[in-house]
Design a protein around this ligand. Structure first.
Ligand SMILES: [Fe+2]
Length: 458
């Protein structure tokens, strides 16, 4: 059903795009002086260069939406050459970018190209209501600045609204979520991503003015620095990804020592983000929650912990103290690494605190415990309870729900418990455990006298 809806939606978008191309006034190209043919070609090449590397923007974890600085050649094109050339620019850069540079699957590439064309055509129509387009040679850009600005604003609003809405509908259809929710994610909770679009827009005016003065050289002067900035940003994104991959590999390596906890931290991280999102935690903060959740047991890097946890007999007080020290050990490891914020370190430190103040290492109460730590505490317990142990089978969903409610306000933050027990959160997590399940090795752990304290400890 969903796939069929997506197919229809993409089909409709493609038909609309075709219609939008057909109604353009292509005769404008016949009147293009040689200078403008060259200028337009340069914009087209810059557009293709911009599309050669799109950058991820914070539009959620699964949707994988991206952004490129194509916005600048696009806006410059409408100011300088008007609607039809802009549709051509957007169509060609979108088509080449989607089908050849990024080699996206047919459906996605068709959709993206089509929605670009529709947004550019509709924006171009709005521009032509007030803007001039193709400023005649010999006429100073300043003389037409008034209508150009008005037309430009109309183009901007129509393009951004249509572009974002079309993508929001597509993402909502494929994820099965609400369009409004995706829309808010795309523009950022406080419009952060729109702010970026607004910020780069005046560059188009600089491009237009420089073009009037210096012809196509002016385009290069204005846009080349942007490409360099984009390259620097791309390098940062690559570094961040490499950093994350390394940390994930490290955490996985630590966890493979104990088959029962294999994949635990990654699952806790994914559940923690899901809960944080449901609780309305801002995206930037969600990244911190995710990172802290991934690293919460990094202190167990020392083999001494594995040896104690693998003991077939009960833990002595001394051994329990050693196990509890994994929290401060983890903090010490993270403090050695400069890239972690204080919030991430504080959240790792607080992941065994209890809201009633009886946790460790600091005995913090309620809101004194960082929110991320309160979220991780619940996720840690859920993942442990839903996993098999050598001394017990995994608890049922009902049992887990019951435990969460019983210890809400004692061990767990009631708000987090509310988010965790809502909808199909627990069911989804159980399915995730099934996916990453491995054959348990018997007799690695021993049973605990107090149910299920060991589960929450690990
Ligand atoms: Fe822990």
């Amino acid at each position: 059903m969903t796939q069929r809806a997506i197919n229809y939606y993409v089909g409709l978008t493609a038909i609309l795009a075709l219609g939008a191309v057909l109604v353009q006034d292509w005769s404008v190209f016949a009147d293009f002086p040689r200078k403008d043919i060259l200028g337009f070609s340069v914009l087209l090449i810059l557009g293709l260069l911009a599309e050669s590397r799109t950058l991820p923007i914070t539009v959620g974890r699964r949707s994988g939406s991206t952004s490129s600085i194509i916005f600048v050649p696009l806006l410059s094109s409408v100011l300088l050459f008007g609607p039809a050339p802009t549709v051509l620019l957007m169509g060609v850069t979108g088509f080449v970018g989607e089908f050849f540079l990024r080699r996206k699957e047919m459906l996605r590439a068709t959709f993206n190209t089509s929605q670009y064309v529709i947004a550019a055509a509709a924006g171009g129509f709005a521009f032509s209501l007030k803007g001039v387009g193709l400023v005649p040679s010999g006429v100073s850009f300043n003389e037409v600045a008034g209508p150009q600005t008005l037309g430009f604003l109309l183009f901007w609003v129509v393009f951004v609204v249509l572009n974002n809405s079309a993508v929001a509908i597509a993402v909502a259809l494929s994820e099965g979520t609400k369009i409004r929710k995706v829309w808010l994610r795309i523009i950022g909770r406080s419009g952060t991503n729109l702010f970026y679009d607004i910020l780069v827009s005046p560059v188009a005016f600089a491009v237009a003015l420089l073009y009037q003065e210096l012809s196509f050289l002016g385009l290069l002067v204005a846009v080349l620095p942007l490409l360099f900035i984009r390259h620097a940003y791309a390098s940062i994104v690559d570094l961040q990804q490499a950093n994350r991959d390394l940390l994930t590999a490290l955490v996985k390596a630590i966890e493979t020592r104990d088959p029962y906890t294999s994949g635990h931290s990654l699952r806790v991280a994914s559940l923690a983000v899901r809960l944080a999102d449901a609780m309305g935690v801002p995206l930037r903060k969600q990244k911190e929650v995710e990172m802290a959740a991934l690293l919460h047991d990094i202190g167990k890097i020392e083999t001494a912990y594995t040896e104690i946890l693998s003991k077939p007999t009960g833990l002595t007080m001394k051994e329990r103290e050693v196990i509890e020290s994994h929290v401060l050990k983890g903090v010490a490891v993270l403090e050695q690494l400069s890239s972690f914020s204080r919030e991430v370190v504080a959240s790792v430190r607080g992941h065994h605190e209890r809201v009633d103040g009886k946790g460790y290492p600091d005995g913090l109460k309620g809101d004194e415990i960082p929110l991320a730590a309160r979220i991780i505490k619940v996720c840690d317990a859920i993942d442990a309870m839903l996993s098999d142990r050598s001394y017990r089978k995994a608890l049922t969903l009902e049992q887990v729900r019951e435990q969460l409610v019983i210890y809400s306000g004692i061990q767990f933050d009631p708000q987090v418990v509310k988010a965790a027990t809502a909808g199909d959160v627990l069911e989804t997590h159980q399915a995730e455990i099934m996916l990453s399940k491995r054959e348990p090795v018997p007799d690695v752990e021993r049973s605990e006298p107090t149910f299920p304290a060991r589960a929450w400890l690990t």
